[in-house]
Ligand binder design. Structure first.
Ligand code: ARG
Length: 509
């Protein structure tokens, strides 16, 4: 009877072909009647000579990483080929061995892409699985591939290659999201809405300006991922197990072939630290935090009591019991998945903090959090780009909300200040005017000039400074237009900021 493997399969389903590999695993590794590695006589343990007894089935499963690190198969093959070519250039490996290795690896890559590669639990991880298959295909040349190399520098190289690609995808997706965000911002560069502090109506802003705040946040996210890519893109290979290799290797040429900017400068550091992965998770946690804040706003704005926007139906779900419901599930999940990504960051920091130099098996635990972080961020950005384009803005509701919170009270104070009243006196005078408006159940901007003068009269010098122009200054349009400096909410300024943002998008690599 076959026992299903308890390891979570979720990361496998993300890549085409990997689900069926996962299914194969369940048959490969789960025969309790035959727990011994002698089940696979053609694949003896790599280090079998040193050991008197095999590990148990449970230990085998506990220590293996092939369930999840097979995601790095392409990177593993690329790294191995670059290593083999360097060995051949340096005269450490013959040309004919190199030819065999290239031929074997081409076949393995093909088998993997067609989902026909037979992953074997006994071979622990992606590296040994591929090396074993290579040896089965090409004989001794396969056994020579590991010359001057260890799985410690091999795995560190694979993760960096994998993460570099993941970062590149994420950078592209951030740019797509930003592009869509700018389109909505441009359509609403003039649309007034209440700006909030403490979630209370504060001052008028435009919806376009509000969205540009998220452009700025994601711009910094883009910078952080770009910066993290620089430190990720350094080659560990050549560090071997920890102390370097005793052959005349040429690390720089391997770095060049694999597109690394430089080589890691210390062999112990190269195989042991995963700070680049932690940085990635930190950048991801911040990006998700920004998207979580936007999600919280979308959810709030979509509440019928607020009614600022509606989300397209394809991002919402109904209720199994309440027929009237339209729930903003997607933004709620973005908010929820932010917790998951934050957790991965803490997991990696905790993984690293107690490790002495150099490599420790603890590091095998870096992959699942890293993969899941990249998957979550990638999916979230993809969905968000579409969701933000599809929002329906209810400008009328935004404007009526703005007419209820005395949002231009600061503008009235500013007006008096510009006429020479000290700011603190102006603040007090307008507070009295707000109180008068409240007593009458009106918004401040609805009071006539005479009513305003009467309300201000208790503060010496206030009422006489008020003239006709004050009414324009405390209108919504007047308030918006007055904030025309860089970073302000005036519609023309917002349009200029959008143009500037577009130019910065074009300049991105
Ligand atoms: N699967 C291992 C990992 O992910 C590969 C390196 C193992 N090295 C070792 N000496 N056990 O870290």
């Amino acid at each position: 009877m076959l026992r299903p493997h308890p390891a979570p399969l979720r990361t496998w389903g993300k890549l085409p072909g990997f689900r069926c590999l996962a299914e194969k695993h369940q048959t490969i590794m789960t025969s309790p009647q035959n727990p011994s590695p002698s089940d696979f006589p053609d694949t003896p343990k790599t280090w079998s000579g040193r050991f008197a007894e095999p590990v148990s089935d449970l230990v085998k499963r506990y220590t293996a990483s092939v369930f999840f690190d097979q995601r790095m198969a392409t990177q593993d093959i690329r790294g191995s080929l670059a290593h083999a070519r360097m060995l051949a250039r340096q005269g450490i490996l013959s040309q004919s061995d190199l030819g065999d290795i290239e031929r074997g690896m081409a076949q393995i890559a093909d088998e993997i892409s067609r989902g026909e590669f037979r992953w074997n639990l006994d071979d622990e991880d992606v590296h040994l699985n591929i090396e074993k298959r290579l040896t089965a295909l090409v004989g001794d040349a396969g056994k020579r591939l590991h010359t001057g190399r260890s799985r410690n520098d091999q795995v560190a190289t694979d993760i960096r290659l994998w993460l570099r690609d993941a970062i590149d995808r994420i950078l592209e997706l951030i740019a797509v999201f930003q592009h869509r965000l700018l389109e909505v911002a441009e359509a609403h560069a003039d649309t007034p809405m209440p700006g909030f502090t403490h979630l209370q109506v504060a001052q008028p802003v435009t919806f376009g300006h509000h969205l540009l705040a998220y452009f700025e946040m994601t711009r910094r996210d883009f910078e952080r991922f770009t910066d993290c890519r620089r430190r990720t893109n350094r080659l560990p290979l050549g560090a071997a197990a920890l102390a370097g290799a005793s052959y005349p290797i040429d690390r720089e040429s391997v770095a060049a072939e694999l597109g690394f900017d430089e080589v890691c400068r210390n062999s112990l550091d190269a195989v042991s630290d995963r700070d680049f992965a932690i940085e990635f998770c930190a950048a991801a946690a911040l990006l998700m935090t920004h998207l979580s804040r936007l999600s919280e706003e979308l959810i709030l704005w979509m509440n019928p009591r607020v009614g600022f926007i509606d989300l397209a139906d394809r991002f919402c779900t109904g209720s199994s019991i309440m027929p009237q419901k339209k729930n903003p599930d997607v933004p709620e999940l973005v908010r929820g998945k932010t917790g998951r990504v934050n957790g991965h960051l803490i997991a990696l920091l905790t993984l690293m903090k107690g490790q002495p130099l150099a490599y420790n098996k603890d590091n095998q635990e870096d992959k699942e959090p890293l993969f899941d972080t990249a998957d979550t961020v990638t999916d979230t950005l993809r969905i968000y780009a579409d969701m933000i384009s599809g929002i329906q803005v209810k400008a009328h509701n935004m404007r009526s909300a703005l007419a209820q919170g005395h949002a231009t009270a600061t503008d009235l104070a500013d007006y008096l200040v510009k006429k020479g009243l000290p700011f603190r006196s102006a603040h007090e005078a307008v507070a009295l005017a707000v109180r008068a408006a409240e007593e009458r159940g009106l918004d401040l901007s609805r009071l006539s000039l005479d009513e305003l003068r009467a309300a201000l009269s208790k503060v010496p010098g206030a009422a006489e400074r008020l003239d006709e122009n004050a009414l324009a200054a405390i209108s919504i349009e007047g308030s918006l237009a007055s904030r025309a400096h860089t970073g302000g909410t005036a519609p023309d300024t917002v349009r200029a900021a959008i143009q500037c943002a577009r130019n910065s998008l074009l300049r991105k690599p």
